[in-house]
Design a protein around this ligand. Structure first.
Ligand code: FES
Length: 157
């Protein structure tokens, strides 16, 4: 079969092939950028179960991170041995915060934000305190939950 007998010309075939390839390439490149700019909202857990042994054994005035859904949570045993937990993200722009035991404060490195040991915003741009979570110890479990969350019966021991 000769080329001039085909239904589409070589030029049309190549331009459609190139157009399809470019559309695919743009899609491949645009998708991760779009997901970064508008991430899907992951549902927040009502509670997480942690090993009481691992978290209660930390020394006073120290903290340990845990997974709170797709975000970070911070469990803290304060210097007075009280137990607290917070969502570990800054109230300014959601950067992760870290606990500085030498200063007994939380620090956000993104814009030099500071929170006291109780999670109150005390310096820098954070407009609100850290979001507090409730902490309960049940036998060998440390239950960290949203304030007022109703826990399923299998969690209640
Ligand atoms: S994100 Fe924490 S101070 Fe800006």
């Amino acid at each position: 079969m000769k080329l001039q007998d085909s239904y589409i010309s070589r030029r049309l075939f190549l331009s459609r092939l190139l157009g399809g390839w470019l559309a695919g390439l743009i899609g491949i490149l645009a998708y991760p950028v779009a997901r970064f700019l508008a991430p899907a909202e992951a549902p927040e857990p009502a509670f997480v179960l942690l090993s009481a042994k691992d978290y209660l054994s930390i020394p006073p005035n120290s903290a340990k991170a845990f997974a709170w859904g797709y975000k970070m949570g911070i469990f803290i045993k304060a210097s007075d041995r009280s137990l607290r937990a917070f969502k570990g993200v800054c109230s300014h722009m959601d950067c992760n915060v870290s606990y500085k035991p030498e200063e007994r404060r939380f620090f956000c490195a993104c814009h030099d934000g500071w929170y006291d040991e109780a999670g109150q915003n005390i310096a820098g741009p954070p407009p609100r305190p850290l979001e507090r979570l409730e902490v309960r110890v049940e036998k060998r479990k440390l239950i960290v939950h949203l304030p007022g969350a109703v826990l399923p019966p299998e969690v209640e021991i």
